[in-house]
Design a protein around this ligand. Structure first.
Ligand SMILES: [Zn+2]
Ligand SMILES: [Zn+2]
Length: 143
């Protein structure tokens, strides 16, 4: 996992982006996390170590990583965005009760893109597929 962070650091540096300890910490946290944290989650996790860190700093750095193509932003309507350092094609299952997001490994569903292109004449660039329900913990509480 360390090599993934180092690779990302190299990519940022070659894009002229200076690496600061806080920036590195945010990047590192995100790349080691599979929980798709929000800016708030990252801030809460890192603020004990970096007392001068602010949510705005976390957010600005996340935007910078997204622009650099290192991180993907997942937006869910009015809820704050979640961030995912796994740039591979994968789908998410979201718990509607607690907001947990779990990755699932499923081949991209290309038929829907082909159908959309054929039916509308669009040049289709991609699609979003959201799977939602109750996670095992929440399912237990609701039964
Ligand atoms: Zn849940
Ligand atoms: Zn993911």
């Amino acid at each position: 996992m360390e090599s993934k962070v180092e690779h990302a650091v190299d990519q940022l540096k070659s894009g002229g982006i200076r690496m600061t300890p806080q920036r590195y910490a945010i990047l590192h946290y995100l790349m080691e996390s599979y929980s798709h944290p929000t800016a708030d989650d990252i801030f809460r996790a890192l603020s004990p170590q970096y007392p001068s860190l602010s949510v705005a700093t976390v957010y600005n750095n996340l935007k910078l990583f997204v622009d650099a193509g290192l991180v993907r932003e997942l937006t869910y309507g009015d809820d704050s965005s979640r961030f995912d350092a796994d740039m591979s094609d994968h789908y998410h299952v979201t718990c509607t009760s607690c907001g947990t997001i779990v990755d699932i490994d499923h081949p991209p569903v290309m038929e829907v893109e082909r159908t959309a292109a054929a039916m509308t004449g669009f040049s289709v660039l991609g699609h979003r597929l959201e799977i939602y329900g109750l996670c095992p913990t929440c399912k237990g509480m609701h039964s």
